[in-house]
Design a protein around this ligand. Structure first.
Ligand code: SF4
Length: 408
């Protein structure tokens, strides 16, 4: 039986590190990009050495049976820091190895500062059929606050250029809760995004992460001085939902809105806690009940690929070669994986289908976490509706509290 699989490819380079960002991304590493691209292509070839890989019957070609790839996602960092031909070469390596579904979604994340009309045309021609543009705001004052390197004009222009280049599936990332942001600023950002007619809009609340520059600038007393308070942020969130729904977007996940049939295939894999394969420095995979992650540092990653690579070692390839990249792993089982699946599944507004849940885990959802579920039902945070367990509107606003209940 065929199983769906998502592939994530991590490109950990950015032109400049944003003050709020705690992703595995680095500025000033342009000097290693060529080696990194080669390392990623080598990692893809090493995947065939994993126990999951099999030779195609009657041929010497490798096949990642029984998987069918429904999505390939280039994320970062800023993938578009690479030249388009480098990105296309990596994509081609994937195409050569995996069974791709005919309508596979192939997404590239992009920063407006790194795009030109020629690059967009090359990427579209090279096989990318979805682009996710990190706009964050159309307000130059707020972009400066965030430490973004692009301005609103560039973001606006690049969205139009992506359409001209042939992208029929465009996503825009917006952020709210930015220092000094007013409700009217947020309203204006949402309206500008709608005016550009993208197929998909993500709206993220700025969070102050540990170890970032923003932690130094905006934690403690300074947070209350500069950041919109919790009530204001909830007001912004609800304002965004209202405007987007009114313009024909479906609110299908806490932070995500799509025009019909344009829900992000790749992220739905994560929200359903289904299988994905991560490639590149610090990338996570989840397959056969095991979560595994690679070494985080791009330089260390390149070094380990050198060690692991059969051609470099002039040796017989073995499954062991691939293990050199693995920085850690954990087996997800029992109540832990069930709690995680509920937590992720509740992010989607359709919720968790009770029949599918029973088929997957062999138990009724209602029979486990029964105390937690009764408490959340009593507090009007979740609801059973049409064979699904889902968040109420109130639950949507307090998702972090709800999800913590299933993980505790
Ligand atoms: S562009 Fe994105 S990945 Fe890069 S530093 Fe800024 S937020 Fe982080």
């Amino acid at each position: 039986m065929r199983k769906d699989l998502g592939i994530y490819i991590h490109i950990p380079f950015c032109l400049s590190k944003c003050g709020y960002c705690d992703f595995n991304s680095y500025e000033g590493m342009e000097g290693v990009i060529d080696e990194y691209v080669n390392a990623v292509k080598r990692e893809i070839s090493l995947i065939s050495l994993q126990p999951l890989g099999k030779l195609r019957a009657g041929s010497s070609a490798f096949s990642f049976q029984p998987y069918e790839v429904i999505s390939i996602f280039f994320g970062g960092g800023t993938p578009t820091v690479l030249e388009s031909w480098q990105l296309i070469e990596i994509l081609e390596s994937c195409k050569g190895l995996f069974n791709l579904k005919a309508d596979v979604e192939i997404t590239i994340e992009a920063n407006p500062e790194t795009l030109t009309i020629d690059k967009l045309r090359e990427l579209r021609k090279g096989g990318f059929n979805r682009i996710s543009i990190g706009v964050q705001s159309f307000n130059d004052r707020l972009l400066k606050r965030l430490g973004r390197i692009h301005d609103s004009k560039k973001a606006y222009q690049n969205i139009l250029s992506a359409r001209n280049a042939g992208f029929e599936n465009i996503s825009i990332d917006l952020m709210f809760g930015i220092p000094d942001e007013a409700l009217s600023d947020w309203e204006s950002d949402i309206k500008t995004a709608i005016e550009l007619k993208p197929e998909h809009i993500s709206t993220y609340n700025l969070t102050i992460e540990k170890g970032t520059l923003f932690e130094k600038l905006y934690s403690g007393v300074k947070a209350s001085y500069y950041l919109p308070d919790e009530d204001k942020q909830l007001e912004m969130y609800e304002k965004g939902i209202g405007l987007l729904i009114k313009s024909g977007f479906e609110h299908y996940e806490i932070s995500n809105f799509a025009k019909s049939s344009r829900k992000c295939v790749h992220n739905q894999i994560y929200w359903r806690n289904e299988e994905y394969l991560g490639i590149g420095a610090g990338a996570y995979s989840y397959m056969n009940g095991e979560r595994r992650w690679s070494v985080k540092s791009p330089v260390e990653y390149i070094k380990r690929i050198e060690i692991a690579s059969p051609s470099a070692r002039n040796d017989i390839p073995s499954a062991f070669s691939y293990q050199t990249l693995v920085a850690g792993s954990e087996r997800l089982e029992g109540k832990g994986v069930i709690g995680e699946t509920i937590m992720m599944g509740l992010r989607m507004l359709e919720g968790i289908n009770l029949q599918n849940f029973k088929k997957r885990f062999g138990v009724e959802l209602k029979s486990i976490f029964s105390d937690t579920i009764s408490q959340l039902l009593k507090n009007n945070l979740i609801v059973f509706d049409d064979g699904n367990l889902k968040l109420t509107h109130k639950g949507l606003l307090f998702y972090n509290d709800v999800s913590a209940e299933f993980l505790s």
